[in-house]
Design a protein around this ligand. Sequence first.
Ligand SMILES: Nc1ncnc2c1ncn2[C@@H]1O[C@H](COP(=O)(O)OP(=O)(O)O)[C@@H](O)[C@H]1O
Ligand SMILES: [Mg+2]
Length: 588
Amino acid sequence: MIKILKRMGRLEWLLMLCSILLVFGQVYMDMRIPDYMSRITKLVNTEGSLVSDIWDAGLRMLLCAVISMCISFCSGYVSSMLAATFSRNLRSKVFSAVEGFSLEEIDRFSTASLITRSTNDVTQLQNFISRGFTMIVRAPISITVALSKIHGKHWQWSTLTCGAVVLVLCAVVFVMKYAHPRFRRMQFLTDDLNRAMRENLTGIRVVRAYNAEEYQEKKFSNANDILTDNHMKAQRAMSVMHPTMRFANNGLTIGIYLIGAFIIAQTPNYSDALDTFSEMVVFSNYASRILFAFMSLNMIFNMLPRAQVSAERINAVLDTKASIVDGPQEKGLEGQEGTIEFKNVSFRYPGAEGMILQDISFTAKKGETVAFIGATGSGKSTLVNLVPRFYDATEGQILVDGRDVKEYTQTALRGLIGYAPQRAVLFTGTVTSNVTYGAGGGANPENTEEEIRKAVEIAQAREFVEKMPGGYDADISRGGTNVSGGQKQRLSIARAVYRRPEIYIFDDTFSALDYKTDRVLRARLKAETAGVTTLLVAQRIGTIRDADKIIVLDEGKIVGMGRHEELMKTCEVYQEIAYTQLSEEELA
Ligand SMILES: Nc1ncnc2c1ncn2[C@@H]1O[C@H](COP(=O)(O)OP(=O)(O)O)[C@@H](O)[C@H]1O
Ligand SMILES: [Mg+2]
């Protein structure tokens, strides 16, 4: 908690100070009210006192109340402002921390949890700061001031007040033991609920197609029920609080008056009795305040641990160092542009057991096309994802432009690459915003329009883009759900082409295209972007047979490397793939 507060900026500290001062002011004003009450009771019961004196005391009392109200208003305003500013800054800190994460860290936290951490957990802290913080400051001040005011009055009253406080504390302890752990569990259960909801929404098509609504519903209502049950139990325990508080407070008032009545009955002197009476009124007022301050401890003890859990969860994100860090270099070696070299690279996913890639070595010269083929799960995507450093190789070295990828800044390295992932990703926006997405690369910002058209044309997307309402400014909905899978892939390719990179990485990008488009697209790419080195993952022999080098992967190992004709003679795995796809004539 303290650690997270240390992340506050100067403005926030200033607001916090303001808020503390306001609380002091408010308590001061509140605590003066009973004094005036006492004076008024005395005046009323004293013979010969003037109405104007009562008016005077009454008006002062009213003034105190009004000032206290104003301060309370300001204090609420300041603490909400503090909470809102703090949580805004925290959210953006979490966001930029997550942006800096490599896939390893994201896998470790899980997407659902990262989302709850940057939303729900931040809100939790915001609530705590806007409400709990002033309470934490107010309770001890109120208790101290009130105690000092009633100190040394009749011992019977003090004993009774102690009794009431003990009763309230018992309730607080009970609630702390029984309800608070449940409140704390709530955060983790919310993670679960979030996960269930996400899965349902992202997989909605499959859910519908397999009539699995009921199954999904069960999964969701499971998570929902657990959360509800937890909440109910927590609330049930909490419900003890209110009646206990009422009972203690009312009992205390009655008790004080009863005792007061006895004492007064035994006092022979009228003016002494009057003093006792006015003391009684004041005492019962302060005693109530003490009781309420103790009860607010309950709220604090409830909010604090939850805020604590949230703070820890957020701190965990903010303290995580990205495992992939920048090197110092902005450029590759002179004369080695466009080359890629793998030197005995092995790779294991963080936290996984076996090596997914083993001892991979190959080179791609400038302008060459190196193709990867192999069964699903043989490690093709994993291999090409090492080039833009989504993960770092476990062993061995990867050189781009003659330099180890770890020596580059990530921006510089990724600026060299035009990447089209296995699953095309489009962002909310327009065709143009998706094609020109991101920064870096060699795209010419002068004649964007022309470059976009060209990239879209090379990617064979022109025809459908121009048919879309609005053409290049046509809306792309979230996740690109308003274009087909193949169209999505083509826009994803256009994005890579527009960047004018030194290196293309096409991870199975052509599989979603029909044969003809596939062929035309590759021919256009070759003609228009000669000199760009290409790493090409594919399923079809047809897509890769013209490649300068074909690498056959099997269970993470290279089992064949060469041109199509050579592999047809030497590589058994390659032959198998080829025979299942090509007819005899095609092979000949
Ligand atoms: N993020 C990940 N964490 C752990 N294992 C993974 C991850 N991604 C892929 N794998 C494993 O790595 C292997 C190779 O996957 P991948 O490179 O995607 O294969 P391909 O692209 O050849 O189909 C698979 O066995 C898969 O289970
Ligand atoms: Mg793959």
